[in-house]
Design a protein around this ligand. Structure first.
Ligand code: NAP
Ligand code: GDD
Length: 324
């Protein structure tokens, strides 16, 4: 039986990846940082099938101990401070988690067993003010937030450990991916949650920032499959994972409100306080390498993704109303 260890297992991607690996017959362990409240919202359905270990990306010795205890064949490093606006509020902490945290875990792997296959959650935010359209594995980085800068460091330290210590370490440069488990502060989920609440009479207006931003959005369940495929290859590498289609935030609103028969223009108001100090205006990925080498293709379209998220939020808000 193969064993996988996941940092960030309580997050959106960690929970989807745990689902996938359990289906494939893996023993799955997850790293969770200590909290005084329950963090199992996304993994509640898995708790009797996974192992949970306490450690923190800020503390290398805790990582060494967990890796030694679990002895994984594959380690997926998904833990990070992942909300871009928060990275301007806490730039140093973002660097500690999202940049130096990766050095700590790579070093822990090197010390315990450099044969462990390693996945790093790189991000299309590294492309920032894009130098090429569409973006590929060779497009230069120009990050536009402390988060993007931290991810660029994390990406290169992973490449460096691969080249310095001959480790099987791969980076997935993932474009935005969403789903019903997405955190409610990210724009897709903020919109679909509001659509459900407005439809059911619990909210009137939705405040948003930049409606012109363009993103290449896909479904998280499709994207975690690409992570697993990268670690099954004979040789490690870096891969762009993207849908190859781009939409504006405005189009996302139109589609989500339209799904329940509402006109988005009656409900969405813009608030300049939600604009970012430096914006990533447009992202569009070219996942040809992943398609050709990994055989990866996304299965859920943008339209299906938005419908799935609105429907899930309608079910949840109805349940909350019934329980109130
Ligand atoms: P998410 O839902 O925000 O989950 C982040 C996870 O990281 C949570 O489990 C969180 O734990 C954990 N974490 C944060 N700080 C930690 C620390 N100091 N030590 C240990 N764990 C820590 O993010 P996601 O959407 O699943 O994304 C997964 C990864 O992919 C992240 O690295 C993100 O930056 C990257 N990424 C995401 C996307 C996307 O569109 N979703 C695209 C490209 C790259 P708590 O529950 O304790 O907060
Ligand atoms: N969050 C948010 N809230 N974003 C808004 C809002 C709002 O009210 N209004 C407009 N936007 C715009 C943002 O300015 C941005 O251009 C776009 O919507 C997407 O924002 P997010 O959903 O917060 O995602 P992100 O693109 O900044 O970052 C996500 O994707 C990255 C990959 O490109 C995160 O998941 C990162 O962790 C990930 O690396």
């Amino acid at each position: 039986m193969r064993t996988a260890l996941i940092t960030g297992i309580t997050g959106q991607d960690g929970s989807h990846l745990a689902d996938l690996l359990l289906d494939k017959g893996y023993r799955v362990a997850g790293i969770v940082r200590r909290s005084s409240v329950d963090q199992s919202e996304r993994i509640g359905h898995l708790l009797n099938r996974i192992e949970i270990h306490q450690a923190d990306l800020l503390d290398e010795s805790s990582l060494v101990k967990v890796i030694d205890r679990v002895r994984p064949h594959e380690l997926y490093n998904l833990g990070a401070m992942s909300f871009v606006p928060a990275s301007w509020e806490q730039p140093v902490l973002t660097g500690e988690f999202t940049a130096l945290g990766v050095t700590r875990i790579l070093d822990a792997v090197r010390i315990i067993d450099p044969n462990i296959r390693f996945y790093q959650a790189s991000s299309s935010e590294m492309f920032g003010r894009v130098r090429q359209v569409p973006q590929t594995e060779t497009t230069p980085f120009y990050p536009r937030s402390p988060y993007g800068v931290a991810k660029a460091y994390a990406h290169w330290i992973t490449v460096n450990y691969r080249e310095s210590y001959d480790m099987h370490a791969s980076c997935g440069i993932l474009f935005n991916h969403e789903g019903p488990r997405r955190g409610r502060e990210f724009v897709s989920r903020k919109i679909t949650d509001a659509v459900a609440r407005i439809k059911l009479g619990k909210q009137q207006k939705l405040e948003l920032g930049n409606l012109d931003a363009r993103r290449d959005w896909g479904y998280a369940g499709d994207y975690v499959r690409a992570m697993w495929l990268m670690l099954q290859q004979d040789t490690p590498g870096d891969y762009v994972i993207a849908s190859g289609r781009q939409h504006t935030v405005r189009e996302l609103c139109e589609l989500a409100f339209g799904h329940v028969g509402l006109d988005w223009q009656q409900h969405v108001v813009t608030n300049t306080n939600l604009l970012r100090p430096a914006e990533v205006d447009s992202l569009l990925g070219d996942a040809s390498l992943a398609r050709e080498t990994l055989g990866w293709v996304p299965e859920v379209s943008f339209e299906q993704l938005v419908s799935m998220m609105v429907d899930a939020d309608l079910v949840r808000v109805r349940r909350e109303i019934a329980q109130a």
